[in-house]
Design a protein around this ligand. Structure first.
Ligand SMILES: *[C@@H]1O[C@H](CO)[C@@H](O)[C@H](O)[C@H]1NC(C)=O
Ligand SMILES: *[C@@H]1O[C@H](CO)[C@@H](O)[C@H](O)[C@H]1NC(C)=O
Ligand SMILES: *[C@@H]1O[C@H](CO)[C@@H](O)[C@H](O)[C@H]1NC(C)=O
Ligand SMILES: *[C@@H]1O[C@H](CO)[C@@H](O)[C@H](O)[C@H]1NC(C)=O
Length: 602
């Protein structure tokens, strides 16, 4: 479900400057003799453990690196190094506190530095440690994430790049879904022909196992692999069975989670207005990709949809002053208009969004779902340019009547500004990466919101407390609404779940009094609480973006307390990795999406 999405966090690994510059020629001096990735997914909640065992082969101590990439949406929750039987545990602390410790280390004259890397779907974790002559070290990293349903499936992404062929290499994935697995497919560079006989897949109706055990030789032969061993992704895409419309309810140890994703409803006709930035900075490829995506999106509108098209630079130029029906004649004319969109001038975001809002407000909305989609690549430069004023104007104009989605094109946008504007208006902010597939990214985003099935969705839990978000302005086919919470006094007999929403033609109501017809397996027990914590933290981080003053501090404090309790590395916390005596501690950060690298080698 889009409202629940958070796509803005990323991570920085912090490491000693000398480690970053370690020459590659050193690599032969240490041997990764074992590399395991173990991912366990229970009801969409994935816990992945990466274990790397490394031997120092030379007769002198040396710095050994551990460098992996993990999904952006995940929170690191554990990191342990074991050297000569001694374990060193990472400890999650408040960011400022960790930073203070780190600064102290620097001021003591020890050399230290920060390296960050923010990719599209992955972020980096890097650390290094000094290992004595002919000794061994084990690195173990754990991260957790709730898999998000998008376009009808969940995707578990595992990135493997141990940096050398490994004698004992294993990826083990175990998925367990109580209501049954609908389909499961493997994708990604590690699922190609060359590795076909190294992969096995075993499936029962409710469980699946995928194991990738390539030989050392195979690790050098796959696509993108070479002398340095495996380098690629294994993606497991799957969906689950949905036996009843209210979805899946699970409870254990006083916590519950509810997955709601009906698909057997008629689509609700949309009123959609696209607001397209054509300022000078959009010139060239970005403008071309936008035209391309827009033409495709227009082609995908249904005949009973209504649409509007606004381009803006210094001036706001709507194609037509009101929404028109998406019939052949209008679409034909709109496409001709879209083909001619050219870049020019400044960026008046305020006026453009207000114009779009006005068009939607003037359009009758009974039995339809309205949405506003803004695409821009820069900061407001003309008209109202005060960011707070724009937020205020837009929020007042939209007045929670429909969601606003903000797509930030490229890395020059003020993503925080866009994201805040979207979150304040029941939408999400999304980054469009300035690469060759940008048109596909735009279409992909549109597809996610293309089929509204419900509006004004209210999730009601009697006997539930500390609930995550329970109101969603729209629900789209292929997505999922997830709500978690505590069961008051752990008294399940009093607990009921109900969903009230508006579908195409009428008000709908689903209810169920007892969670799940089937007994809950013991293996899933501790997960629901962690899932609740994960989702609560994600939503509090979003809430922090859109709140201010005392409210902001309160939300931040609440999120921080949970992060510390559950050991999550988030933009509010850092993990301090203590190392053997004589070495600096290291600090692992997770900055926000769009945040510039926060330092450099000193
Ligand atoms: C993966 O991790 C889980 C949880 O720690 C454990 O129960 C399971 O045995 C591990 N699987 C493998 C193949 O190591
Ligand atoms: C919603 O998606 C399902 C497949 O996941 C499809 O069978 C159904 O037709 C879709 N509903 C609409 C209204 O498009
Ligand atoms: C749940 O809510 C109650 C009352 O609102 C509060 O006292 C309690 O601390 C909350 N529990 C957690 C784990 O946040
Ligand atoms: C749960 O609530 C019911 C109804 O209020 C009550 O009869 C029962 O004793 C409660 N059970 C527990 C374990 O508190």
């Amino acid at each position: 479900m889009l409202e629940g999405v958070s796509v803005r966090v990323s991570l920085i690994g912090l490491l000693l400057a000398c480690a970053t510059t370690a020459p590659t020629s050193k690599k032969r001096d240490w041997d990764i003799y074992s590399f395991h990735i173990n991912s366990t997914v229970t009801s969409r909640y994935a816990t992945t453990i990466i274990t790397s065992r490394v031997a120092n082969r030379i007769d002198a101590s040396q710095e050994i690196q551990f460098h992996v990439k993990i999904p952006k949406n995940a929170f690191i929750s554990k990191f342990i190094m074991t050297i000569e039987g001694q374990t060193y545990d990472g400890v999650v602390k408040e960011k400022e506190e960790a930073q203070r410790q780190y600064t102290q280390a620097v001021s003591h004259g020890q050399s230290a530095g920060i390296v960050s890397s923010v990719g599209r779907t992955l972020e980096e974790f890097k650390t290094s440690v000094n290992v004595a002559a002919l000794s061994k070290v084990t690195f173990e990293l754990t991260y957790e994430e709730l898999l998000k349903r998008q376009l009808g499936k969940y995707e578990l992404l595992i990135h493997a790049r141990p940096m050398q062929p490994v004698a004992d290499f294993k990826i083990d994935v175990h998925i367990s879904e109580q209501h049954g697995i609908n389909f499961l497919e493997r994708k990604g560079g590690l699922s190609t022909k060359q590795l076909a006989n190294a992969i096995t897949k075993t499936q029962t109706p409710t469980e699946a196992w995928v194991n990738l055990y390539p030989s050392k030789e195979q690790q050098t032969q796959c696509d993108g692999c070479g002398e340095q061993g495996l380098d690629g992704d294994l993606v497991i895409a799957y969906d689950v069975q949905r036996k009843n419309s209210i979805g899946e309810l699970k409870e254990s140890e006083g916590y519950f989670v509810h997955y709601f994703a009906p698909s057997d409803l008629p689509r609700i006709p949309k009123n959609v207005v696209f607001i397209i930035d054509r300022s000078g900075s959009m010139s060239g490829r970005k403008m071309k990709q936008t035209r391309e995506a827009l033409l495709k999106i227009l082609g995908d509108l249904a005949e009973d949809d209504h649409f509007g098209l606004i381009t803006f630079d210094n001036f706001v130029s709507p194609w037509k002053n009101e929404l028109l029906q998406a019939n052949q004649i209008n679409l034909h004319a709109a496409k001709s208009f879209a083909r001619e969109i050219k870049d020019n001038g400044g960026t008046d975001i305020n006026a453009a969004v207000l114009k779009g809002t006005d068009m939607l407000n003037r359009h009758p909305r009974e039995g339809t779902a309205s949405l506003l989609i803004l695409l821009t690549d820069g900061d407001p430069t003309t008209g109202v340019t005060n960011l707070e004023k724009i937020h205020k104007n837009v929020k007042e104009a939209i007045d929670s009547k429909f969601p606003l989605y903000c797509l930030g094109f490229g890395m020059d946008v003020n993503f925080e500004f866009l994201e805040k504007m979207a979150l304040e208006n029941n939408g999400v902010g999304r980054r469009i990466y300035e690469e060759s597939d940008a048109a596909l990214q735009l279409q992909g985003f549109y597809e996610e919101v293309a089929t509204p099935l419900l509006t004004d969705v209210q999730m009601v839990y009697l006997g539930g407390s500390n609930l995550t978000q329970t109101h969603f302005s729209q629900y789209y086919n292929g997505s999922e609404i997830v709500v978690a919470g505590q069961i008051t006094d752990n008294n399940i007999t009093e607990f009921t779940a109900e969903v009230i929403a508006i579908s195409k033609s009428n008000k709908v109501k689903y209810s169920e009094t007892t969670p799940s017809e089937e007994p809950i397996k013991a293996s899933s027990d501790s997960n629901i609480q962690r899932l609740w914590a994960y989702l609560t933290v994600k939503q509090l981080l979003d809430k922090e973006v859109k709140s201010s003053g005392d409210e902001k501090d309160k939300v931040k404090k609440e999120a921080l307390d949970l992060c510390l309790k559950y050991g999550f590395v988030t933009p509010l916390t850092s993990m301090v990795v203590t190392k053997p005596q004589g070495e600096d501690s290291q600090v692992v950060h997770k900055p926000k999406e769009g945040e510039k690298p926060i330092g450099r080698a000193l």
